[in-house]
Design a protein around this ligand. Structure first.
Ligand code: FES
Length: 75
C-alpha cells in the first residue's frame, strides 16, 4: 500500500469512538503497581480500555491487532 491509502475514506480506523471529536485523545494515570490494558483496535465498548473486542475483529478480517498493556512499577 502507498501512503496515500492511509488518507482514503475506506481506510478509516475509528468508526465508533467520539466521532464528533476532531481528534480522540485520552490521558490516564497509573498508581504504582497498577496494570491497565488499552485498546488499539478502536472496537472496544470500554475504550480506551480493551474489552477483548479485538479477538472478534481479528477473526472477522484476518487482522492481528491487540492491546497495549501498561504495568506501573511499584514504588
Ligand atoms: Fe481493542 Fe482489545 S478491544 S485491543
Amino acid at each position: 500500500r502507498t501512503s496515500t491509502a492511509i488518507f482514503a475514506e475506506d481506510a478509516k480506523i475509528n468508526n465508533m469512538i467520539d466521532l464528533d471529536s476532531p481528534k480522540v485523545v485520552n490521558t490516564d494515570t497509573l498508581e504504582a503497581g497498577e496494570k491497565k490494558v488499552y485498546c488499539r483496535c478502536w472496537k472496544s465498548g470500554t475504550f480506551p480500555l480493551c474489552d477483548a473486542a479485538h479477538v472478534e475483529h481479528n477473526k472477522a478480517c484476518g487482522d492481528n491487532v491487540g492491546p497495549l498493556i501498561v504495568d506501573a512499577a511499584k514504588a
